[in-house]
Design a protein around this ligand. Structure first.
Ligand code: NDP
Ligand code: GUE
Ligand code: MG
Length: 295
């Protein structure tokens, strides 16, 4: 048996298309485009690549993109001052501060400075709390993108055994909350979990968000399981090239899985598409209008 590849890239393109189709209605009633501000501190080339592709996708969807590039000598106070200025800027509906931040800046202090209504990453404690208690709020892009792929593939998730490997505040925990909301039986595994292969083997749904290249192997999986690979790891490839791999050993896992997301082309593109979706949803909420249906 060889499982199907879940084409996150294609799904993300369709979601971006739906967002782009809904933007003109907002522009017509509000006489302005939804706006996303992305803040990047420091010179990390990979982070700059992501920020550029977010900016391009924002403009392609008909929204305004505001990019703020700050040197790695920026202090926490200066960064928070910029966030506060963006909070007050009516042209800005979404604020994303690219992580990780340079050493010496406290991620949490910066995230908590963002107006929760503009927190399109869904990282603010107010949005995390709303997700945990089942109130409406902005939901982190990567887990929401994973959920969209799972519902598209499996339909109703009620009663399924889901194992989330990883418990970060930005991926693992919100992923578990979303799956619980869908009536899955959710297990969260982490670095102290005993017998991780045995835990993963119970799962109908495996979400891998570990940051360890190709750690989860085919012989850990229940046959037919749906595998969502969040991992983005750059490892040595042929010669002096590098290549991108997930947290799942794709070749062995696809032999056993019912469906599996590839890396690249799986969850990564969904993250950016959901960011655009969240920006439009935030813009509608700030304008006091209903969000477009079907997003
Ligand atoms: N596709 C996308 O859009 C995105 C991809 N990513 C990628 O997803 C991955 C996870 O990201 P993130 O959540 O930020 O990572 P973190 O490093 O914040 O969290 C990793 C989690 O994995 C757990 N873990 C580490 N080693 C093991 C192990 N050997 N066995 C079991 N659990 C382990 C850690 O456990 P403990 O808590 O005990 O330390 C921790 O909970 C990374 O590869 C990252 O690049 C991230 C964001 C977006
Ligand atoms: N505040 C904040 N929010 C984030 O959402 C955030 C962040 N900081 N810091 C970094 C991580 C990582 N992340 C990715 C987004 C898209 C791809 C993506 O599109 N990947 C492509 C491949 C890209 C390539 O080739 O490098 C793919 O998987 O197909 C990957 C990773 C968002 N993050
Ligand atoms: Mg992290």
């Amino acid at each position: 048996m060889s499982g199907d590849i879940i084409d996150g890239k294609a799904f993300a393109e369709r979601l971006r298309q739906r967002v782009a189709e809904a933007v003109p209605q907002f522009v017509e009633t509000e006489a302005r485009a939804p706006g996303l501000a992305v803040v990047i501190v420091g010179e990390d080339p990979a982070s700059h690549v992501y920020v550029r592709s977010k900016g391009k996708a924002t403009v392609a969807a008909g929204m305004a993109s505001f990019e703020h590039r700050l040197p790695d000598t920026t202090s926490q106070e200066e960064l928070i001052a910029l966030v506060e200025q963006l909070n007050l800027d009516d042209a800005v509906d979404g604020i994303l501060v690219q992580l990780p931040l340079p050493a010496g800046i406290d991620d949490k202090a910066v995230i908590e400075a963002i107006d929760p209504a503009k927190d399109v990453d869904g990282f603010h404690v107010a949005n995390a709390g709303r997700l945990a208690v089942g109130e409406e709020g902005l939901v982190p892009c990567t887990p929401l993108g994973c959920l969209m792929l799972l519902k598209d593939r499996l339909g109703d998730l009620s009663g399924l055994e889901a194992v989330v490997v990883g418990r970060s505040n930005i991926v693992g925990k919100p992923m578990a909350q979303l799956l619980l909301q869908q009536n899955c039986t959710v297990t969260i595994a982490h670095s102290r979990t005993r017998d991780l292969p045995g835990v993963v083997r119970r799962a109908d749904i495996v979400v891998a968000a570990v940051g360890r290249p190709e750690m989860i192997r085919g012989d850990w999986l229940k046959p037919g399981a749906t595998v969502i690979d969040v991992g983005i790891n750059r490892i040595a490839g042929e010669g002096d090239r590098t290549r991108l791999v997930g947290d799942v050993d794709f070749e062995s896992a696809r032999q056993v899985a019912g469906g599996i997301t590839p890396v690249p082309g799986g969850v990564g593109p969904m993250t950016i598409a959901v960011l655009l979706r969240n920006t439009l949803v935030a813009a509608c909420a700030r304008a006091g209008i209903a969000p477009p249906a079907g997003l």
